[in-house]
Design a protein around this ligand. Sequence first.
Ligand code: XLS
Ligand code: NI
Ligand code: NI
Length: 436
Amino acid sequence: MSFFPDVEPIRFGGPEASDPLAFRFYDADRVVLGRTLREHTRFAVCFWHTFCWPGSDVFGAGTFERAWLAEPDAVKGAERKIDAAFELIAKLGAPFFCFHDRDVAPECATLRESHALLDRVLERVEKHMQKSGIGLLWGTANLFGHPRYAAGAATNPDPEVFAYAAAQVKHCLEATHRLGGANYVLWGGREGYDTLLNTDLRREADQMGRFLALVAEHKHRIGFGGTLLIEPKPFEPTKHQYDFDAAAVHAFLQNYGLEREYKLNIEVNHATLAGHDFAHELAYAAANGLLGSVDANRGDPRLGWDTDQFPDDPREWALAWLEILRGGGLHGGGFNFDAKLRRQSVDATDLFHAHVGGMDAIARGLLAAEAILSDGRLERFREERYLGWEHELGREILSGRKSLEDLAGHVLANDLEPQPVSGRQEMLENLVSRFT
Ligand code: XLS
Ligand code: NI
Ligand code: NI
């Protein structure tokens, strides 16, 4: 049975293609900077928004009628959803998917039953993976949906909740390992607080540090070779989340000696919500060896919540790619569409329009970034701007051979007054505009 009978496998048609369901920029086999676009992008489709979410919001019911959501029997329903997912992913030509444990199998009355159901439906996932060659970019446990997690999972005031979350992550990490997942993600949606009146911040940080250490320990115990990723987000659902942004997570990891165990999954709109450009979060992660993977969904600059829209701005992506490429790439990460349709986009075909546009925007950004790098003027400008640091004074300062006294002497002896140099921001913006 086909869930998308009207959609043919998506093909590359080139920039002039008139078919709205043809790729215009994502030419998977095209080689750029020594790798195919497929290898650079490692696109992933997510289960939760694409196959589980019915189009509901806080004001209204679901607007989507999905054949795979209509089945009342839990196991049959899970199987249909999985079949629909692999049909869409294969037709898109995306190489990966991502899932939460509770996306593919609903939660049962006991954890034991939930584990058993998950294992059972994952057998179907495994069969699809073998048949199609589609891989798992990352798995994750849903530690935020159930009421038991309202006050947090690892940061809950009740250690029994910590234990429950640990049991859930153990199982999901093992399932991810069994499916050959490239990464495992922890997003701390409830790891934060709504009011300091009832919150002991120091204690909660120690709990979370312990939790993350346990997960890393288990990863090594079972021989999972993938990367553990933390996904920063400043708020929503809680008022303040501990994994606020890349810098906050970096400091946290260092505090608990975990900086070599985890990397980051940077989400475009989480950067926006934290008051940063997406490129800033990538640059920070790359500068600190934490670049892991990307959730490609954007927000709306005027809406202060996680609107989870599909990417559409090639310039934003060109700037993002500059940071990713300068940082040496994602090393086993990829680009996951943790993105939702708008509620009025009720047709299943809209799922294809959304992903095709998103893949194209990201591919177009990559091509632009490659053109900017091979043009060389931007990179040269940046290098020349710091040239002083390559000469004697700069080197001696950085290597620690100059004291404050030496530097004072250096300036006073010759009455030196440094001359301002233009940062040429407008010229550089114009240069980028030639390529985007
Ligand atoms: C929510 C997060 C979530 C994670 C996975 O804002 O983006 O979807 O990616 O739990
Ligand atoms: Ni996300
Ligand atoms: Ni998000």
